[in-house]
Design a protein around this ligand. Structure first.
Ligand code: FE2
Length: 195
């Protein structure tokens, strides 16, 4: 007899789910809801991504790297830190910490986040690749972290005035997807079209 559950959803085989949904893991973000709940949501995120934003929220984020190695760039008072997250490792980001996940092709990770209360905004921050000044801090009420989050990025990259550095005039363009990441002797992120 088939299992019937009134209030619970049936269990999901994660590997099968990932294989069935692989076509939806596409740049710039590559995320898809595995579970979209009232209190929290769980995303599976497949590389390659193509992001040059720093995400900052008032909530915590939990990472679990299922397949392949990735890097999260953390921006703190001392500057930028490249944190490799290897296959099988977990990682926790406290609230208020700007972070930029970098995912090579073929990698798969899980991220768990809290459902934002109504009216709570979050940030996409873009920094100048030349002089490192803040170019734009996009603060918005993210209606949907799968569709709305990527479209907010696309809108920024397409807006010449918004995406041009006020200090040195360099444009923060739409980045190409990541081709590979070298981890040794130091982290180096190589995008499509680069060597
Ligand atoms: Fe600049």
């Amino acid at each position: 007899m088939a299992l019937e559950l009134n209030t619970c959803r049936l269990p999901v085989n994660l590997a099968s789910w990932i294989a069935e949904n692989a076509a939806d893991f596409k740049p710039p973000v590559g995320n898809k809801y595995l579970y979209d709940g009232e209190d929290f949501f769980v995303m599976v995120i497949g590389g390659p991504n193509a992001r040059n934003d720093f995400h900052m929220t008032n909530s915590e984020e939990y990472f679990f790297q299922l397949k392949g190695d990735m890097v999260v760039i953390i921006r703190d008072d001392d500057g930028l830190k490249h944190v490799p997250i290897r296959e099988g490792e977990t990682f926790f980001i406290p609230s208020g910490v700007p972070h930029a996940p970098q995912r090579p092709p073929g990698t798969v990770g899980v991220v768990v986040e809290r459902r934002r209360p109504p009216g709570e905004t979050e940030h996409q921050q873009f920094y100048c690749p030349n002089c490192h000044e803040l170019v734009h801090d996009q603060e918005f009420d993210c209606e949907d972290i799968v569709d709305h989050f990527a479209s907010a990025m696309e809108a920024f990259w397409a807006d010449e005035a918004l995406s041009t550095c006020g200090s040195c005039g360099t444009r923060v363009g739409k980045p190409a997807p990541i081709k590979r990441i070298e981890f040794e002797p130091e982290v180096r992120i190589i995008r499509e079209g680069e060597e």
